[in-house]
Design a protein around this ligand. Structure first.
Ligand SMILES: [Zn+2]
Length: 271
């Protein structure tokens, strides 16, 4: 499933090809995504210019004047840029053709993604309004996380994955960040000190930055590439390493279920 680093890498990969470009045409071949692609979309988007391509949480936001085209990848979605679009293949559901001749193609085998029109003000849209803070924003600091979790008895890992609090931290990156911060995933969020939140936030940022940097080497895969997109292969510290020796202390990595998700940690390094 695409997480924040994949979405950010996609944004960086396609932005140079779309920003400043006028939309010449849009073709929707299958509207049945997570929510139906609106029938009025084509009329609204054609003739508009993409002023910027932003990301909020795992949403890509194409800024078209005051309005926004929102794209979400769901479980298996991806966007590719083609200077000359090849014939459509299975699961290619929509094309945005730019005046330059470039085609932006949305591909999504499981169709849990979304392509939606978001009128101004975008921040008030139901999908965006309730989102917590961006992990790289200055406003998302240790004091904010500490203050927002004082009455929470839920495990810190669940708080970290709560998008009302902080966005873009999926299961893999929550596991990895907690390892880097030396925090056991099961500790109640309300018992984490502000000092430990400082370490945790630094770990979150380092983990996401590493993944985005890894993704940077795959940027060319977004342009004129064929086949399924490869999601990043990162060398994880704990995720998917149950029973294997900790990379730091050699203790066997433990795996439990927390909120229904695989939760891996080192019983010695994480307390
Ligand atoms: Zn260890």
């Amino acid at each position: 499933m695409p997480e924040l680093p994949e979405v950010e890498t996609t944004r960086r990969g396609i932005a140079p090809h779309v920003v400043g470009q006028q939309v010449a045409a849009m073709h929707v071949y299958d509207r049945r995504l997570r929510w139906p692609v609106p029938r009025s979309l084509q009329k609204k988007i054609v003739g508009r210019t993409v002023d910027a391509l932003d990301r909020r949480s795992k949403y890509l936001l194409f800024r078209l004047g005051e309005d926004t085209l929102l794209v979400h990848f769901g479980m298996t979605g991806s966007l590719r840029v083609y200077s000359r679009a090849p014939p459509r293949e299975a699961h290619d559901h929509a094309d945005i053709v730019l005046a330059s001749g470039t085609t932006l193609r949305y591909h999504d085998p499981r169709r849990f993604g979304a392509i939606l029109w978001v009128p101004s003000p975008a921040a008030a849209h139901p999908l965006l309004a309730a989102l917590g803070r961006e992990p790289f924003d200055a406003s998302c600091d240790a004091r904010y996380l500490w203050a927002a979790t004082r009455r929470r008895s839920a495990a810190i890992k669940l708080a970290l994955m709560d998008s009302h609090l902080i966005v873009g931290i999926g299961n893999i990156y929550a596991n990895e960040s907690l390892f880097r911060a030396g925090i056991r995933p099961t500790i109640p969020a309300g018992r984490i000190s502000q000092r430990r939140f400082e370490r945790l936030l630094a770990a979150v940022r380092a983990t996401l930055t590493d993944a985005i940097a890894k993704g940077g080497s795959t940027l060319r895969d977004y342009v004129d590439a064929r086949g399924e997109p490869g999601y990043f292969q990162v060398d994880y510290f704990v995720y998917g390493r149950e029973g294997l020796p900790c990379r730091v202390c050699r203790t066997a990595i433990k795996s439990i279920r927390l909120g229904g998700r695989a939760t891996c940690y080192c019983p010695r390094c994480q307390r």
